[in-house]
Design a protein around this ligand. Structure first.
Ligand code: B12
Length: 264
């Protein structure tokens, strides 16, 4: 039997992965750091309240290592302490990339061969959301993390509608541009706005298009759960750290696999 990784025990349920404990000062000591704000003026009692909350969350001992007043009536805390919970790696579920990662040249070639025309991408931040940096990182030529954005790809035609686009406005523009793919960004998550807006958007596209002609719908933003695509009615969800090549490769995979979509 191979030796478990540092801080790991073999899975007790016979699964593939090891059981892990967090690492703080020494291997497998279970130490974690947690930050939060309480609606209390900073005081000894406020620090005790922070420790109590951390205790209730399973940290024992819980040490308040940082407390900073945040305006009147609020305090920000960092608490450091031990948890007894373990992670079963074999039970972790994530969305893995299930298509090849293409360089821009390869993506261009695949579109030329598979579609025999340029692929049109319409992008926007919908609802009240004015956080355009994320969608721009994917679409603009300047790109993200050393990769050029979709505008750089010769076979992609990018229409970036910017911030605060209404759902009816997005559908209308998508129809006018004969979009193959619609890329939507949602950064604000207050009151689940990102989820509600996305569901409103996907429902509107289903209403406006017959199934066979609907553009590929992609949503992205830092606080999305990538496993929610079906629930949100979209073809793919991308989260924090997404790079343009991952998105371009997904579009190529999805769209050139069904080249007759827009034959008319
Ligand atoms: C810059 C910024 C702003 C700028 C936005 C400027 C602009 N043109 O975008 C300004 C000052 C306007 C702003 C305003 C506000 N902001 Co602000 N803002 C930020 C900040 C600091 C950075 C966001 C950012 O640019 N990230 C960098 C990009 C590259 O990362 P990203 O968005 O995650 O994008 C990546 C992925 O998520 C993914 N992705 C994103 N979109 C898409 C789309 C697709 C299709 C795909 C494939 C991938 C993808 O790819 C990108 C690259 O990897 C964040 C805090 C933070 N540190 O994140 C707060 C933050 C997002 N803002 C916040 C808030 C509350 C606001 C305001 C409501 C504040 C106020 N009271 O007025 C307003 C709302 C304005 C509005 N109507 O939307 C909160 C949101 C909280 C929440 N839970 O919803 C945050 C988290 C700050 C905080 N901790 O409170 N903000």
């Amino acid at each position: 039997m191979s030796a478990p990784a540092h801080g790991a025990e073999p899975s007790r349920d016979g699964g593939q992965g090891p059981i892990l404990r967090p690492y703080g000062d020494t291997t497998g000591d279970g130490m974690v750091q947690l930050s939060f704000t309480l609606p209390m003026q900073h005081s000894k009692v406020a620090e005790g309240a922070a420790a109590q909350l951390a205790n209730k969350m399973g940290m024992d001992p819980a040490l308040v290592v940082h407390a900073k007043p945040m305006g009147t009536g609020f305090t920000f805390f960092v608490v450091y302490g031990r948890v007894n919970h373990v992670v079963d790696v074999s039970a972790v579920r994530v969305v893995e990339r299930d298509y090849p990662l293409l360089a821009p040249k390869e993506a261009n070639l695949a579109i030329r061969k598979g579609l025999r025309r340029r692929l049109t991408v319409v992008g926007a931040c919908i609802g009240n959301d004015a956080h355009t940096v994320g969608i721009d990182a994917i679409l603009n030529i300047k790109g993200f993390a050393g990769e050029k954005g979709l505008e750089y790809y010769r076979e992609l035609r990018v229409v970036n509608l910017g911030a605060q686009v209404s759902v009816p406005g997005l559908v209308e523009r998508s129809l006018a541009e004969a979009a193959d793919a619609v890329l939507v960004s949602q950064v604000i998550t207050q009151r689940d706005a990102h989820l509600l807006n996305t569901m409103e958007m996907s429902a509107a596209f289903r209403e406006a298009y017959p199934d066979s002609r609907r553009p590929v719908l992609v949503v992205g933003g830092p606080r999305f759960d990538e496993q929610m695509a079906a629930e949100l009615g979209v073809d793919r969800v991308f989260s924090r750290g997404t790079t343009p090549a991952e998105v371009a490769s997904f579009l190529v995979h999805k769209i050139t696999d069904r080249p007759t979509r827009r034959a008319s």
